[in-house]
Design a protein around this ligand. Structure first.
Ligand code: UT7
Length: 326
């Protein structure tokens, strides 16, 4: 049988900053309540990075944990891709800052900007290096300080987001091209720039020179999420050659428990197979999938050999899905 190279996940790690902000804390600053937030989103709390904690610090912690789990050291790393929409600086890329802080040798390092879909985009991009033999040890990281983009007078958005980072180590592994192979088996990425107004930040380097605040027409995004994610999931499953019924764990982007439930229902996935962290983490954008994966691995639910289905939607609009056998 023909041998094929796969991008195999050999380690996973997550990091959440120490400070926890509860719904009741937010009810002190905007007209909201714990009851409303829990009922409409499932969110109970979120973590917030300290004022002196840039996103690269979160990414470095998650990366250290993923490398330890993989039995690798920073010296082994030849590729770093960070999915983020909240970089330390306009440039250089967070990935190069992570490279420096970890002490990795000269290699390839860059960021991917696909907002909440950033991790799915980054993982699919890394496959182009790892599965082609261009990288022997890659770090794929989703890291965000979304709380820095909030308008703290807008109750429709400021209650939804949190900070955190998740990372995984990808290494090449030989397979026979079947669905029994370990590694990234398939993916589907999508973008529709005409939907920009539904979710964006109203500032930027070459527009008004400001950082800006996140703006969202939540109910419109909600509708797109449930419909479009299902299509991308089916496309990714088709690319991988699996049926959605074969999936062991569904690891969706953690924006809203109602979206998680709606997508799982549409796809016929039982809720016992859904990894949900939205109650404790809120929406950490590109970090939410690797954080949820790390939690599932740490608590022993997700085991080597399991088939994982990951999906996300975010600003752009962008969306996509990946199928991985761990
Ligand atoms: O990660 C990127 C993708 N993002 C998402 O997937 C987010 C998708 N959207 C959502 O999760 C939901 O649409 C929200 C949670 C943002 C909002 O829930 P909703 O059920 O769609 O509510 P709504 O926007 O239709 O607003 C309903 C009401 C409004 O009041 P009126 O106009 O009916 O009087 C809002 O002003 O709820 C009000 N509201 C709030 N009330 C208390 C909005 N935010 C709050 C709040 N507390 N925090």
């Amino acid at each position: 049988m023909t041998k094929v190279m796969r991008s195999v996940v050999t380690g996973v790690g997550g990091y959440l900053p120490d400070e926890v902000v509860t719904n009741n804390d937010l009810a002190q600053i905007v007209d909201t309540s714990d009851e409303w937030i829990v009922e409409r989103t499932g969110i109970r709390q979120r973590h917030r990075a300290g004022p002196d904690q840039p996103v690269s610090d979160l990414a470095v912690e998650a990366a250290r944990r993923a490398l330890a789990a993989a039995g690798r050291t920073p010296e082994d790393v030849d590729l770093i891709i960070v999915g983020t929409t909240t970089p330390d600086l306009t440039f250089p890329a967070v990935a190069t800052i992570v490279q420096r802080k970890l002490g990795c040798p000269v290699g390839v390092a860059f960021d991917v900007q696909a907002v909440c879909s950033g991790f799915v985009y980054a993982l699919s991009t890394a496959d182009g290096f790892v599965a082609r033999g261009r990288s022997k040890c890659a770090l794929v990281i989703g890291a965000e300080t979304m709380t820095r983009l909030m308008d703290w007078t807008d109750r429709g958005t400021c209650v939804l987001f949190g900070d955190g980072a998740g990372a995984l180590v990808l290494e090449p592994g030989e397979g026979d091209g079947s669905t029994a192979d370990r590694g990234l088996l398939g993916f589907a990425l999508r973008a529709d720039g005409t939907k920009q107004d539904l979710l964006y930040v109203d500032g930027g380097v070459s527009s008004n020179g400001q950082i800006g605040h996140l703006r969202m027409q939540g109910n419109q995004v909600f509708r797109h999420a449930v419909v479009n994610i299902s299509e991308a999931v089916m496309a990714a499953a088709g690319d991988a050659g699996i049926e959605v019924a074969d999936v062991d764990w569904f690891i969706p982007h953690q924006a809203n428990q109602r979206i998680l439930d709606g997508v799982a229902r549409r796809l016929g996935i039982d809720e016992s197979k859904v990894i949900s962290t939205v109650a404790e983490h809120a929406n950490t954008s590109a970090a939410s999938i690797p954080l949820a994966l790390a939690k599932g691995v740490e608590d022993g639910r997700i085991k080597p050999g399991d088939v994982l289905l990951m999906e996300a939607m975010g600003g752009g609009l962008t969306w996509g899905a990946c199928v991985v056998r761990l």
